[in-house]
Design a protein around this ligand. Structure first.
Ligand code: PLP
Length: 417
């Protein structure tokens, strides 16, 4: 029996769909807040703890505002993400700017906002100095290379374009201090969608050990370490979520073992998760509009890969609930497909579902992160609306669906006539 549930009934979704046609993304505010509080509580032992929501996972200002109300900052990596935070009212060090291959204008904007700049390369020190100046507080992104394995989604650190080597870190902190920086942070991001807490705890240990080394060898005392994002979510019904309470307690154990004995307490612990913050609490709601019986059985939906690219791009599993048939036996093997002229536009391949009738509503799970945000307009597809299920049960449209006018907005037809 699936442990994946939907927090709404078929009737409620039919009511909503009467006003906002499918497909749309639906986010559960109450569940997002509860989860955010759990993460904060798990790390409450660390007085300086702050999670910076990775904006790329879901750049909707209404969600970022909700998370800011829960004490989260924001992790940005582009001009648009910085401006989004500015417009939501997230300020100063609550913005973490973890970019790579960064254009000068973005360093300038991040500096203007007082964001924490996280440098991806040693050569960016001079580049930043030339374009925006060296700030008082600066962070460096570490790539442990052969010292860590990474995981399937993020890959082998030695093949990753991100971060400085271990040797470069030592040089870079020295140079930054000589150039006037007085406050220092250390960041890494070794795994993504990781359900095994051990690798996250190992990351904390690696950064705490480096904090001790920098103090001993350079006389540089870190103000914070940022463990990156990467806490995974159970996309498959048989997978277990990361136990946040246990993760927090285990990181605390490593902290107590390494940091106070070295005289480095207090050291703030930061994170920048995206996926686990909104992923499980967002659903792509779509209507079955066709059935096709050829060499395989197909269910055709009114959504496509433009609404959720992960299955097509990574072969990722996303659970599907046929609304109103939650308790029915999954007896029919089908491919659930969209309308893109690309054969990887499939939400599920060889999936056993209850018999799907035309007009049935499907909820595609775990679409709250890297879902709408990865949308695109290839094949003339328009991005769908985003709706928020408020804690009081109301529905609020937090992004309207795109129209043909939006699609054509960057074209000038007048010169053709
Ligand atoms: C993508 C990304 C994150 C968020 O990753 P999740 O897997 O969504 O938690 C955090 N930090 C950086 C630098 C990233 O690129």
């Amino acid at each position: 029996m699936s442990r994946k549930h939907v927090p709404f009934s078929e009737d409620r979704i039919r009511e909503i769909a009467a006003q906002y046609p499918t497909p749309f993304h639906l986010y559960d505010e109450g569940a997002i807040r509860t989860n955010a509080r759990r993460l904060n509580a798990a790390f409450a032992w660390n007085g300086g703890f702050r999670e910076h929501f990775a904006v790329k996972a879901n750049p909707n200002p209404h969600l970022i505002k909700i998370l800011a109300e829960e004490g989260f900052g924001a992790d940005c990596s582009s001009m648009a993400e910085l401006v989004l935070c500015e417009r939501v009212g997230i300020k100063g060090e609550h913005i973490f700017f973890s970019s790579n291959d960064t254009p000068a204008v973005e360093f300038e904007k991040a500096t203007q906002l007082g964001a924490v700049i996280n440098l991806d390369d040693i050569s960016h020190i001079d580049y930043l100095e030339r374009h925006a100046g060296i700030p008082e507080l600066i962070c460096l992104r570490y790539n442990p290379g052969p010292l860590r394995e990474g995981n399937a989604i993020i890959g082998d650190p030695q093949q990753a374009k991100y971060g400085l080597t271990r040797e470069q870190l030592f040089d870079a902190y020295r140079v930054l201090r000589d150039k006037g920086a007085t406050r220092f942070g250390l960041h890494t991001m070794v795994v993504s969608n990781e359900l095994n807490a051990e690798s996250l705890i190992e990351t904390a240990r690696m950064l705490f050990e480096l904090a001790v080394e920098f103090d001993k060898e350079l006389g540089i005392r870190l103000e914070f370490v940022n463990l990156g994002g990467g806490i995974g979510i159970p996309y498959r019904p048989e997978e277990e979520p990361v136990d946040l309470e246990s993760l927090g307690a285990r990181v605390q154990d490593v902290y107590e073992e390494l940091i106070p004995p070295a005289g480095l307490h207090p050291l703030a612990v930061m994170m920048e998760n995206g996926r686990m913050v909104t992923g499980p609490f967002g659903y792509l709601i779509t209507t079955a509009i066709h059935q096709k019986h050829t060499y395989k059985e197909y269910v055709g939906t009114d959504a496509c890969m433009a609404n959720l690219m992960r299955p097509g791009m990574y072969g990722a599993y996303h659970h599907i609930t046929v609304l109103g048939k939650e308790e029915a036996a999954a007896t029919h093997m089908v491919d659930v497909v969209g309308s893109l002229c690309e054969n990887n536009d499939k939400f599920a391949i060889d999936r056993k579902l209850p018999p799907v009738a035309i007009g049935d509503l499907l909820a595609i799970h775990d679409a709250g992160a890297h879902g709408h945000s990865m949308g695109f307009q290839y094949n003339g597809k328009l991005r769908s609306a985003e709706l928020l299920l408020r804690e009081n049960g109301d529905i609020e449209q937090i992004r309207r669906a795109e129209t043909l006018d939006d699609y054509f907005a960057t074209l000038d037809f007048s010169s053709l006539s």
